[in-house]
Design a protein around this ligand. Sequence first.
Ligand code: HPA
Length: 273
Amino acid sequence: MLEQIQQATQFIQSKTQRTPRIGIILGTGLGALAKELIIETTLSYETIPHFPLSTVEFHSGKLLLGTLEGKPVVVMQGRFHYYEGYSMQQVTFPVRVMHALGVRTLLVSNAAGGMNPDFQTTDLMVIEDHISLLLPQNPLVGPNPPEFGDRFPDMSEPYSKSLIDLAFILAANLGIPLKRGVYVSVTGPQLETRAEYRMLRQWGADAVGMSTVPEVIVANQMGMAVFGASVITDMCFPDTLEKADITKIIAAAGTAEPKLTALMKALVGQLND
Ligand code: HPA
C-alpha cells in the first residue's frame, strides 16, 4: 500500500503548486463548502492512481485543491463508504494520501441520525468522541509499516479538544447554535431498527451514521488533529420512529449546510497553514 500511496501523492503533487496542511472531507449533501474555495485543481477520483471510485450518485467524487481563507487545502467532495463494497483500507486510503501530501489537520463532516432528545433535525453536532466497535472491519488491521504510525494508537482524544473549544467560540461569534455528542458508526446501508436505536442510545451515542470513524481512526494513527461535525438529518427515537425518507434526509442536510460551511470556513481561517 505504501507504494500506492506514494504514486497517488506524486500524481496529485504534479497538479498543484502548494502543500496543503489542512484536509477536509465533505459528507453526504454537504458539498457547498467547495463553492467557497479558490480552486486551483479539480481531480476526479477515477483519474488519481489507486483511488477507489465513488459509486453513490449524490457523491460527486472529486478531490479539490485550492485555498480557503487564504490557506492551502485539499478537499474530498464525496467519500468512500464501506457499504459500497470497499474495504476499510480503501475507505481510508485518501486520508493516508492527504497525510503524505502534508495534511496535519483534518476536518470531517457527515449526515447523521439524532438519538439525543435535546437534538432536532438540521442541528449541527460537534463530534466529541466516537464508538467504532460495531464496525465489522478495522482499517488498522494488517501490516503496519512505521510510516503508518503506532501499532496501538492512542484514542483518548480522537477529536482535538482545542479545535472543539475553538469551534464553540467561533460558532458563538457567528450566532450558530451547536450541540455536542458521541457519534457511533454502523456500516449501513439499511437504517437501524427501533431496537437498534434503543441499544445505540443506551450505549452512550448521540448520533449514528455510516461514515467518518474509519477515516478518523487512520487520521489519529498518523498524528493528525481532527475536527468532526454531524448534521442531524433525521430523528431516531425508538418509540416515535417514522419511516426513513432519504430525500428528506438530503433536504435536511441542505438546510443545515450553510451553518456547517460558515463554521468550517471560520475554523480554517484560524488554523495555521
Ligand atoms: N442511521 C444511520 N445513518 C444515518 C442516519 C441514521 O438514522 N441518518 C443519516 N445517516
